[in-house]
Each structure stands twice: as C-alpha cells, then as structure tokens.
Design a protein around this ligand. Structure first.
Ligand SMILES: Cc1cc2nc3c(=O)[nH]c(=O)nc-3n(C[C@H](O)[C@H](O)[C@H](O)COP(=O)(O)O)c2cc1C
Length: 159
C-alpha cells in the first residue's frame, strides 16, 4: 500500500485543501497529516520579524516509508509562511530521493514568489518537485471549489 504525508501550516484555508487531499487519498493509501507549527506560536507577522530564530514545534517525521509528500502554505506577503520555509530546510534529501513531492499554496490572488521560494529552498537541498498549485482563497473552500483540489490530485497521483 502506498503512503502519503500531507504537511501544512494554516489558519484555516490551507487546512481545507490539506483535508481534502487527505480525504481523497486515504481511500486508497495510507495517509498521514503533519501540522507545521512554530515552537513559540508567533503570529504570522512576527514570524517574519523572528525569521532567523524560528523553530518547528515538532520534529519533521521520517519520510523513509512514504511515496508521496504534499507541502502546503498560505501565501503571506507574496511568499510562503516563514515556518513552512523552516520545515522545507529541515527535509532530508536522502530520505526523499525517489519520492514524489507536490507543493500547494492558498492566497487571495497575489502569489508573488511563493512557489519559487518553496522550490528554491528544496532545490538548494537537491530535492525536486513534481508539481505545484496555487488555490484561490478569496471565497471559502466549499464543495464546488474543492473540486479544484480533486483535479490537482488527478493531475498528480491519479494520472
Ligand atoms: C499578513 C498577511 C499577508 C498576506 N499576503 C498575501 C499575499 O501576498 N498574497 C495573497 O495572495 N494572499 C495573501 N494573504 C491572504 C492569505 O494568503 C490567504 O487568506 C490564505 O488563504 C490564508 O490561508 P490560511 O487560512 O491557511 O492561513 C495574506 C494574509 C495575511 C494575514
């Protein structure tokens, strides 16, 4: 049985996407969610101010056994959340070789450098990304909007 890990940071909207990915994939594989949290629970604005001293609340789970990894972030000031960047920096390149990695982000329509930033951190560690997607969170993620997530899954895993 294939295994997927869905890691995300969120105040709500990104969680909706992560939960949907989990709901679809848990039917056919072993699915685990990892909430990216910062140890000191800084507000998103303070995360930028304290960027250099940010630490993950929980250690990055082992990726040895997984086949797929999804990483999600809200878009904040045209970029990914600083604590998500810490998570990305902590990923183990050796553990992730031959695994398929997908990125997603939610925002109100100004993605800026979000995906480029996330890809850049991973690529500095020699980690490649298969596919990414930005979801608009201008309107709430109701059932109709969550169909976009289903499409993303079709394009990624259920090809
Ligand atoms: C401080 C702050 C800055 C933001 N900057 C952006 C931005 O640059 N571009 C964008 O599209 N959305 C921006 N947003 C909107 C959020 O990314 C969007 O509401 C997102 O879906 C929130 O996800 P969450 O509920 O999972 O935290 C910003 C929100 C906050 C609070």
């Amino acid at each position: 049985m294939k295994k997927v890990l869905i890691a995300y940071y969120s105040f709500g909207e990104t969680k909706s996407v992560a939960d949907r990915i989990n709901k679809i994939l848990e039917k056919e594989m072993s699915s685990q969610i990892f909430l990216i949290e910062d140890k000191k629970n800084y507000s998103i604005k303070d995360q930028f101010k304290k960027e250099k001293e940010l630490e993950l609340k929980n250690p990055v789970p082992s990726m040895k056994e997984i086949d797929y990894l999804f990483i999600g972030s809200p878009i904040v000031s045209f970029s990914s959340a600083p604590i998500v960047n810490v998570f990305l920096k902590n990923l183990n390149q050796k553990e992730l070789s031959n695994k398929k990695i997908f990125l997603f982000a939610t925002g109100i329509g100004l993605p800026g450098n979000t995906i480029k930033k996330m890809r850049g951190i991973l690529s500095m560690n020699g980690i490649d990304v298969e596919k990414d997607r930005v979801f608009s969170s201008i309107f709430r993620f109701d059932e109709k909007k969550l169909k976009e997530v289903d499409e993303f899954i079709k394009e990624t895993i259920k090809k």
